[in-house]
Design a protein around this ligand. Structure first.
Ligand code: APR
Length: 326
């Protein structure tokens, strides 16, 4: 008797997710997607044997994890054809002695090449960008792709919000899923956690904690990625990033239209235009279905604009470095 899936997923059995980059984030997204019974997966990497080995290993776990989703590992973009979602995690981590500008150029090249190839084979997919620096890479990916902006989204807000959710739940000693959080802005030092919009079962955290305690949790969220890098010593976070990506993929494939913070293309919302920045949006099978404009205070709006300035500066720098995008 063949294995029977334990999940009661309603998603189309033939859904396909391609993941470019079989490193820590890519392979963990792959594992989450198949084990959550969301889609079949194509895992691609530039290193020969790496995606094939990971795919085989994950296939051999199917009888134990009780799902029938397939995963193939490849070095050839043709295998990504007809994907519903393409996830870009390919890139290199910043190494000692390497400037942020160097990283922009290197990852910019990797991401734009990958997107160019994928779009040939999956012109109707939603593209989810994870490679850092996130907001800039999402912009470059979009520019290269020729796709409408609602088909391109960057994963950061879900992760940053999940980190803040964790710290609030730990600090108050409440259940994780009683806590809801909202973090806007660029993925980095200038991200904008919004305590006013963070609640425990609808109660704003501003009624449950004093300002100093909230400020500490906010700072820990800003430093969330760095805290893990420091502990790991080599490499960066991948479990929570992969879970965040999987939540977004789920919202698309199951057409849930979930309200999630993500890097989306702004065309006048919040007084900003022509950049990707983290704001709340609704994500469904059509891609980014709606961008929500929160009623920000003057200080919050200023902080968002500050965040956008840095992103814009880096976009311009990357565009200067990377001619021939289309
Ligand atoms: N094409 C395909 N794959 C590539 C390419 C390329 N041109 N260049 C690099 N890769 C692959 C590497 O071979 C490696 O397997 O991308 C993978 C990156 O994996 P890791 O180094 O393990 O990085 P990871 O921790 O997965 O992070 C990936 O996500 O969160 C971000 O900052 C993080 O930008 C980084 C990305």
């Amino acid at each position: 008797m063949s294995n029977v899936s334990l999940s009661s997923s309603v998603c189309d059995k033939s859904s396909k997710v391609s993941i470019i980059g079989a490193g820590n984030v890519g392979k963990t997204v792959a594992q989450r997607v198949i084990e959550h019974n969301l889609a079949n997966v194509c895992l691609l990497d530039i290193v020969e044997g790496l995606p094939q080995g990971i795919a085989l290993d994950l296939m051999e776990a199917r009888g134990l994890e009780l799902h029938n989703r397939r995963i193939v590992g490849t070095n050839d973009y043709i295998d990504t054809e007809n994907s519903d979602v393409v996830v870009i995690t390919a890139g290199i981590a910043r190494k000692p002695g390497m400037s942020r500008e160097d990283l922009l150029q290197l990852n910019g090249k990797i991401v734009t090449q990958a997107v160019r190839e994928c779009v040939k084979y999956s012109p109707n997919a939603l593209y989810l960008i994870i490679t850092n620096p996130l907001d800039v890479m999402t912009y470059l990916a979009w520019k290269t792709s020729g796709l409408p902006p609602y088909k391109m989204v960057g994963m950061a807000g879900v992760l940053d919000s999940a980190r803040l959710q964790t710290f609030i739940a730990m600090s108050l000693g409440v259940a994780m899923d009683d806590v809801q959080t909202m973090v806007l802005g660029g993925h980095g030092d200038l991200m904008l956690p919004l305590p006013r919009y963070c609640t425990v079962r609808g109660i704003p955290i501003t009624e449950l904690m004093d300002e100093a305690r909230i400020a500490k949790l906010v700072q820990r969220t800003r430093d969330g990625g760095a805290e893990i890098v420091k502990l790991l010593k080599t490499g960066s976070a991948y479990y929570a990033p992969a879970s965040s990506a999987c939540r977004m993929i789920e919202s698309v494939l199951l057409n849930e239209s979930r309200l999630l913070p993500a890097a989306v293309y702004l065309q006048g919302e919040y007084g900003l235009r022509d950049l990707f920045l983290g704001v709340p949006c609704r994500l469904g099978c059509g891609g980014v279905e709606q961008i929500l404009e929160l009623n920000l205070t003057e200080a919050e709006l200023n902080a968002l604009h500050q965040s956008s300035k840095l992103v814009k500066k880096n976009i311009n720098l990357a565009l200067e470095q990377l001619v021939n995008l289309t």
